[in-house]
Design a protein around this ligand. Structure first.
Ligand code: MRU
Length: 363
């Protein structure tokens, strides 16, 4: 174990462990601290950061040290749990006020993935219903830990539900990283692939690089290679041609939010995969747990995060476009329900018509 150096966050204890990646978790609560893989350092270095303050967790979410909808939901919940640990409040209303202050800071980090808000609300509800400061602090910590464990369990169930769709020898196209690194462990879209592999099937994954933040190249290719699951990295612009050559059997992607009317918000590039899949008669499945479904909103009420121009005009710090060129950088897009074959969840497949099936599945 040696000290690393590349993390942008001041005040975190960073260290490098070269260890068996899949015996470890992306986000974990350990001895009253939050430990997470620094995803900005991948694929070149597997390193961890350890946080003791909610502000550090908020900065980690904003700068994508941790990213992926389920992972940021659990991380944000742990950020609120850190606030509880640090609070000096002597009564429950004072403690709840302290937690709400940290919660609103954590809520402002990223707008699109609903899991972030789900995770924070779940911890706040625990604190609000506790009879004393002491009990609230204990319950908030154990709830954060429970959410960590539940995430892996839910992904395993979801994976098994989706694996039955995959045939021996299939090639699955994905987008971004909806794997172990986007969750506490196992993954959603890649959880489906892992479960199919566990069933003894040979599955290949076609991985678009996923510009501009390159989660496909940096993270998905890394974790699949690490797990020994065959994958081929392609440029984002090769997706349609690969489909036209018959090299994609099924598309399985993650989701950051699925609204009650069946619209799927996921990493930019997902919508074009769905349109192309439809054109080529290829089944298209978002894979997502219940915490990604938003029964409170329709498609037109979701904010798509717009990220900085530097992600587009640079590749890993190197400028690739002229100075001053106008840039638009939406981090997510929206796929309408008519392009979705079925959704893969921990309770099985959710099929069209989605408005009805989502309501039934969430009931
Ligand atoms: O910007 P990111 O890397 O947080 O975006 C992640 C995605 O879009 C994933 O596909 C999504 O969160 C599903 S993760 C299981």
């Amino acid at each position: 174990m040696g000290r690393g150096s590349g993390n942008p966050l001041a005040g975190s204890d960073e260290f490098v462990i070269m260890a068996d990646f899949f015996s470890l978790r992306t986000v974990t609560w350990e001895d009253g601290r939050v430990k997470m893989i620094d995803q900005t350092a991948l694929p070149n270095r597997l390193s961890y950061v350890v946080y003791t303050a909610p502000e550090q967790v908020a900065a980690a979410i904003r700068t994508m040290v941790v990213r992926g909808a389920p992972a940021i939901g659990v991380a944000a919940a742990m950020g609120v749990a850190l606030a509880a640990r640090r609070s000096k409040a002597t009564n429950i209303s004072g403690l709840v006020r302290d937690l709400e202050t940290s919660a609103s800071m954590l809520r402002s980090t990223r707008p699109t993935a609903v899991n972030l808000f789900w995770g924070i609300d779940r911890i706040l509800a625990k604190a609000r219903s506790s009879p004393s400061v002491k009990r609230a602090k204990e319950e908030v910590e154990s709830e954060a830990k429970r959410m960590e464990d539940e995430d892996v369990e839910v992904n395993r169930k979801l994976g098994r539900a989706g694996a039955d769709l995959i045939k021996d020898g299939d090639t699955v196209l994905t987008q971004c990283n909806a794997g172990s690194l986007a969750t506490v462990g196992y993954g959603t879209a890649l959880g489906v692939v892992r479960a199919a592999v566990e069933q003894g099937k040979l599955v290949k994954v076609l991985v678009p690089e996923t510009r501009p933040a390159l989660q496909g190249a940096r993270l998905t290719a890394f974790e699949l290679a690490h797990d020994g699951i065959p994958c081929t990295l392609i440029s984002d612009t090769a997706v349609g041609y690969m489909m036209s050559l018959g090299r994609v059997d099924r598309v399985v992607v993650g989701a950051d939010r699925i609204t009650k009317d069946g619209y799927v918000f996921n990493k930019i590039g997902t919508y074009q995969e769905a349109v192309l899949a439809h054109t080529h008669g290829i089944p298209f499945h978002p894979a997502a747990p219940r915490s990604t479904f938003d029964l409170g909103r329709t498609y037109d009420e979701v904010t798509i995060e717009e990220r900085g121009a530097e992600e587009v005009v640079q590749i890993r710090g190197r400028r690739i476009a002229p100075k001053g060129v106008p840039v638009s950088n939406p981090a997510f897009d929206m796929t309408p329900p008519e392009l979705v074959t079925s959704m893969i969840t921990e309770r099985g497949l959710v099929a069209p018509p989605f408005e009805e099936s989502i309501a039934a599945f969430m009931a």
